[in-house]
Design a protein around this ligand. Structure first.
Ligand SMILES: Cc1cc2nc3c(=O)[nH]c(=O)nc-3n(C[C@H](O)[C@H](O)[C@H](O)COP(=O)(O)OP(=O)(O)OC[C@H]3O[C@@H](n4cnc5c(N)ncnc54)[C@H](O)[C@@H]3O)c2cc1C
Length: 497
């Protein structure tokens, strides 16, 4: 395949040694491509896409490649990497909005906003990802328990479509009518898109396209894993930063006590939100770690006591309600017999250390997988809250029966579980994949999702079929065909055409 005929100022790398890093992601999925392009502007992205479409060359968009599904890895064609599109374009502190190029790094955004006294809540555990990648995967994190996923904070998108046309979308501007959306590019070119509702689960969800009745058109592009367009500009809504945050890792001698604590904290938080109770428990994060995860973490965090499970919670508070909020959590911890050596973060530095603790477990699991040259076999399932405990018990029992090594942690406040299997050989890898399939099937039976936040990418396509029958997947294919008839953008992500 020959390289594209493009202006020289657009940076391109084709030497295979130079582009190796762009041929894999954090899931350890590997691929290949001819060249990687590094545009700096929307116009350069449009020029590259127009040249690619003329030669029917597939284009995969990649950012920092922290994806856990192979979604940013090309199987063929070229890559457009957004790392040089990393500018802050506009910031309005009064209106609490910010406009960024897609390659802006999440950690840089958080650091910037902290100084301005503002908060951007979506916080995938990996902070070195980009805002564009977050929008394309509808990323979420610990704070999504209270604040929801990336989707909730996207006000505007600028997108280069598969034919190189530029589209501007504002939230609450264009809605689906009679299961169709009409979009008009800057040039005036129109796109008529069928959007037949797929019946998405009511849980946190990142599997497949977001399609529902009378939907806002902007939502189609959020979480589409790069398959419908290349995001070149993002306007985000921000929140005021809280006065203070209580952050604590509570340790328990039994897993059941930890689960009881978490379930009660969740119900109390929902109650406080519904009834606007300011002096009670209202967690913004509720995360769980099983004994195996804590064992893996002990190497880096020797202060972890002998215990079977831990729950990390966070709550925002002010001088007005500090006493009552602390006292509510104290009572709940006492009721569920948390250990006396629970880890309270008293300042920003300590809170960051707890953040590092949470990140370390994901990192350790991914390192294990890379070291042993397997692909990641870690669940991203979520189920409705009322099924959560039974579901957790079912899969915890099942995984123990297999004899596999594993570590379970995750966003349990959202009934969202990362059960990571750690195979030691090919035989165990095959067993891990079988177990993974079983867990996904059981989650779907309960009305859950096979992916609550990481997306489907290239390694989870088979599992999407557990959630959606052929008719529903065809509804997604119809969206793709209307916008990308030659199937050029992020080919192989979510489903095959
Ligand atoms: C240790 C670890 C922990 C993680 N924890 C979480 C977590 O808690 N929650 C969570 O949601 N995810 C988590 N992830 C997954 C990952 O960080 C997210 O999916 C993140 O959003 C990917 O961003 P990225 O910039 O690295 O994008 P990439 O990995 O480069 O790309 C991801 C997808 O976005 C598309 N894409 C990227 N930029 C654009 C663009 N400008 N326009 C169109 N498409 C684009 C790519 O084609 C690909 O489909 C974790 C990953 C790691 C390694």
């Amino acid at each position: 395949m020959s390289c594209l005929n493009l202006p020289n100022h657009i940076l391109r790398k084709s030497n295979q040694e130079e582009i190796t890093d762009y041929l894999s992601d954090a899931s350890n999925y590997t691929g290949e491509c001819e060249s990687v392009y590094f545009p700096v502007s929307t116009e350069e992205v449009a020029v590259i896409v127009k040249a690619a479409v003329a030669g029917k060359i597939p284009v995969t968009t990649s950012a920092t490649r922290t994806s856990l599904t192979g979604s940013s890895v090309p199987d063929t064609g070229i890559v457009i990497n957004t790392s040089r599109m990393n500018q802050l374009l506009y910031f309005d502190k009064t209106k609490k909005t910010i406009e960024l190029q897609p390659g802006f790094i999440l950690k840089d955004l958080k650091d910037f906003l902290q100084k301005e006294g503002l908060l951007y809540p979506p916080d995938p555990t990996e902070e070195l990802c980009t805002i564009g990648g977050n929008a394309a995967t509808n990323a979420s994190g610990a704070k999504s328990f209270k604040f929801g996923p990336t989707r909730n904070y996207i006000e505007e998108l600028e997108i280069v479509l598969a034919d190189g046309e530029i589209l501007d979308l504002k939230r609450e501007d264009i809605f689906a009518r009679n299961d169709r959306v009409t979009l008009t590019a800057r040039s005036g070119k129109k796109y008529d898109i069928p959007v037949n509702p797929t019946g998405m689960p009511a849980t946190k969800n990142a599997a497949g396209y977001y399609i529902k009745e009378n939907m806002d058109a902007i939502d189609l592009f959020i979480g589409c894993e790069g398959t419908l367009g290349i995001i070149t500009k993002i306007k985000l809504k921000l929140l005021p930063a809280p006065e203070s945050v209580l952050s604590c890792v509570a340790y328990f001698t039994s897993e059941q006590e930890a689960l009881n604590f978490l379930t009660e904290a969740r119900s109390l938080s929902y109650k406080s939100r519904t009834e606007n109770l300011r002096n009670e428990i209202d967690a913004r994060a509720l995360e769980f770690f099983d004994g195996n995860s804590l064992q893996m973490l002990k190497e880096d965090f020797p202060g972890i006591p002998a215990c079977s499970a831990a729950v990390w919670f966070e709550q925002e508070y002010s001088s007005m309600n500090a006493d009552s909020v602390f006292s509510c959590w104290d009572k709940l911890m006492e009721k569920h017999k948390s250990l006396p050596d629970s880890w309270f973060a008293s300042g920003d530095k300590e809170q960051k250390e707890i953040g590092r603790f949470r990140h370390a477990i994901s990192y350790k699991v991914n390192e294990y997988i890379k070291r042993n040259r397997f692909k990641k076999v870690g669940t991203d399932v979520a189920v409705p809250d009322h099924h959560f405990e039974d579901f957790y018990r079912l899969i915890a029992h099942h995984i123990r029966q297999t004899g596999l090594n594993f570590a379970t942690y995750g966003h349990f406040g959202n009934s969202h579980i990362h059960l990571n299997m750690l195979p030691r050989n090919e035989e165990e890898f095959a067993l891990a994949k079988e177990t993974y399939f079983y867990i996904c099937r059981e989650a779907v039976k309960l009305g859950g999702t096979v992916s609550a936040e990481h997306g489907i990418g290239k390694i989870k396509r088979e599992y999407l079929k557990l959630m959606y029958d052929e008719e529903k997947i065809n509804a997604m294919r119809a969206v793709k065909s209307a916008l990308d008839p030659d199937n050029l953008l992020c080919r192989g992500n979510i489903f095959l055409m």
